[in-house]
Design a protein. Structure first.
Lengths: 320, 196
């Protein structure tokens, strides 16, 4: 049975009144003002009759004028411009402890990816992936991460290997909820992982290739449909999906099934690239040289930060 | 937040989008000019990003908002204080704006009016320190009472009282200004409406 909201509010009021017993008049008014403002903030009609309590109503009115006036400051175009400018700098300043730069770190990253897969697949299906993970361990070298899940398999050279890995929750990103700029940033991160595998001569795993395909397909759709996409966004998307195509050309896979996913990732990257290029073909959409440089500087600044961190922190360097 | 701490740039972007407006308004209410507010908002967020690994989730009781806000605005509070100290050493970089009365405003119009940021800044500057900071966090940053108390390391009951005193005083300032611009007859009317 549903409760009448008016009764509920009346009960709340009675309980609030009990809370107010023993307070000084000013403290009661302070508590009531807080209560009224909280109601307004939550979009609920405040429990206040201006005729009954004009002084409190006047205070609430003053507080709301202040709030509204301050909120207007961030609704101006100048704020929007600042927001866009600063977003690139803030993203570039994201700490990069997990940046894939060392062999050991790459192995951990892949183990995490595999653990995410493990939680969603049956044990039988996961067993086929274990061979791949162990391959990574064999190349990556040092001791496996401790954890409750024990995996035993055979490396390509026939050596029996065992790894203890902790399942880690890998949250999924709702790509369509992101701006095209954020989608491209995600794509760049995935391409970096692919490049790291390519550099080490390791095959790309299916999950990574699927993420690449999904992301570039979403970038393409966003450019086609979202009218807020700017020329600088499209310019950056075009460059990054071009780099993605190059990385995907070099990629290797471990199975026939993965080869199909690789083809899909190549096709969607090409599709996003063409769509971005077509977008820029419309007059007035081409960004200025400064805007284009700023768009591309996003990842370069980020890479510089990460490089300096890797150089400064010997523990992140690959083992000799 | 966890993903941002582990270097996920997309998550950082989303976190920034969620807080930048509130951070900017808070800074604007503290420094009174857009340029400094922009610089400070960005600096504070980057500073918070660097320290995000040290953030610990704390339950604020009845609050349904993220205590990340309280943590962020504690950093903001300290950072702007440092900014003011540095500015004091360098000498003032801006003038505190004078209150600019608007003849069209009486208490009747208060419900509809919107003050400029200069006007809000000039008004809030007249409050004692503790009241001022509560107003900036509550109405600029949009923190609730629990988060404001957490950010200022005060009890919630204390924040409620400070908020009440501050709003009362701000109303008096507004009424006094309206009385000055509207003449003695209007002042009498205003008093009757503003007082219990």
């Amino acid at each position: 049975m549903s409760q009448d909201p008016r009764n509920s509010r009346s009960e709340d009021r009675r309980s609030t009144r009990l809370d107010l017993i023993g307070l000084e008049p000013d403290e009661i008014e302070a508590a009531r003002l807080t209560e009224i403002l909280a109601s307004v903030e939550q979009g609920i009609e405040p429990d206040l009759d201006p005729a009954e309590d004009p002084a409190l109503a006047a205070l609430a009115q003053t507080a709301l004028v202040l709030r509204r006036s301050l909120e207007a400051a961030s609704a101006q175009q100048s704020f929007e411009r600042f927001h866009h400018r600063s977003l690139a700098r803030v993203i570039a300043a994201t700490p990069q402890p997990a940046r894939v730069r060392s062999v050991e770190h790459r192995r951990d990253s892949l183990l995490q990816r595999w653990n995410g897969l493990f939680t969603s697949l049956s044990a039988a299906a996961a067993a086929s992936i274990a061979t791949f993970v162990v391959t990574v361990l064999a190349v990556g070298g040092s001791a496996p991460a401790p954890g409750p899940l024990s995996v035993q398999s055979v490396a390509p050279d026939g050596t029996a290997l065992a790894a203890n890995v902790t399942p880690i929750e890998v949250p999924r990103v709702n790509l369509t909820a992101l701006s095209v700029s954020q989608q491209v940033s995600l794509y760049v991160t995935l391409i970096e992982q692919l490049n790291a595998l390519n550099d080490d001569g390791l095959p790309a795993d299916e999950s990574l290739l699927r993420d690449l395909a999904d992301t570039s397909a979403t970038v393409k759709r966003t450019i086609e449909r979202d009218h807020t996409v700017s020329g600088a966004d499209a310019f950056r998307a075009m460059h990054r999906t071009f780099e993605g195509q190059q990385a995907l050309e070099k990629a290797t896979v471990a199975s026939e099934a993965d080869q199909q996913v690789l083809f899909t990732a190549q096709e969607t990257a090409a599709g996003a690239y063409v769509t971005a290029a077509q977008f820029l073909g419309v007059p007035d959409r081409l960004p200025s040289a400064g805007e284009a440089a700023q768009a591309l500087a996003l990842e370069e600044t980020s890479a510089e930060v990460a490089d300096s961190e890797v150089t400064e922190d010997p523990s992140l360097l690959p083992e000799e | 937040m966890r993903r941002s701490a582990s270097g996920d740039q997309v998550s950082t972007g989303l976190l920034y989008d969620a807080y930048v407006a509130r951070l900017y308004r808070y800074c604007l209410a503290r420094v009174g000019n857009e340029t400094d507010a922009e610089d400070l908002a960005e600096e504070i967020f980057i500073k918070a990003l660097g320290a995000i690994g040290g953030f610990e989730w704390r339950d604020l009781g009845s609050s349904d908002r993220s205590p990340f806000g309280a943590w962020l605005f504690r950093i903001a509070h300290n950072h702007v204080a440092s900014h003011h100290r540095r500015a004091a050493v360098r000498g003032p970089s801006f003038e505190v704006p004078e209150w600019i009365p608007d003849d069209s405003r009486g208490p009747q119009e208060l419900a509809e009016i919107q003050l400029t940021i200069e006007e809000v800044f000039a008004l809030v500057e007249q409050l004692p320190d503790a009241q001022r900071e509560v107003i900036r966090l509550r109405f600029g940053a949009g923190l609730n009472v629990a988060e404001t108390a957490e950010a200022l390391d005060k009890r919630q009951s204390n924040v409620k009282v400070l908020q009440h005193k501050a709003v009362k005083r701000l109303r008096e300032f507004l009424l006094a200004q309206a009385a000055q611009t509207s003449g003695p007859a209007a002042a009498g009317r205003n008093r009757n409406q503003g007082e219990r």
